[in-house]
Design a protein around this ligand. Structure first.
Ligand SMILES: [Zn+2]
Ligand SMILES: [Zn+2]
Length: 141
């Protein structure tokens, strides 16, 4: 008897199953599929709902819904499933943070880069002028 796949522990329930292209055991796979269908139906009936609504109504987890968005279950133009920006909590549809926070972050990165450059310049300046400073101090004494 040829067995395709190798035994693996199901990441959802921990039971051993035969890996045949699925990332989980058949039971969990079917459960997930059912849940996805529930989410899909819910979103279709509640256009403009956000992730919290979906999670509360269907019991689905955020990673699952995000996965569904990635897999193209929803026409996100129409479904408009929003989830909170990791920085400020504003509803967003793509990525990890809203445009405002993203721009702010880019600015912050630039500012810190400028700061590092300024510090380096200062350090070089101090190094270059260290001799004079010592001399000056010695003179004053
Ligand atoms: Zn399982
Ligand atoms: Zn934000």
């Amino acid at each position: 008897m040829a067995v395709n796949g190798k035994p693996k522990n199901c990441p959802k329930c921990g039971r051993i199953y035969m890996e045949v292209g699925r990332k989980m055991c058949l039971e969990c796979y079917e459960k997930t599929l059912k849940l996805k269908l529930t989410v899909f139906e819910y979103v279709r009936e509640h256009q403009g709902c956000n992730l919290d609504d979906i999670m509360e109504a269907t019991g689905a987890t955020m990673p699952l819904i995000r996965e569904m968005i990635r897999e193209g279950y929803f026409d996100n133009e129409k479904a408009q499933i929003s989830y909170p920006c990791i920085k400020c909590g504003a509803p967003i549809f793509y990525g990890k943070m809203c445009v405002k926070c993203f721009k702010k972050l880019q600015k912050e990165i630039k500012v810190s880069k400028d700061a590092i450059e300024a510090r380096e310049k200062l350090a070089q300046y101090v190094k270059a002028t260290a001799g004079y400073k010592t001399m000056g101090r010695q003179k004053r004494k």
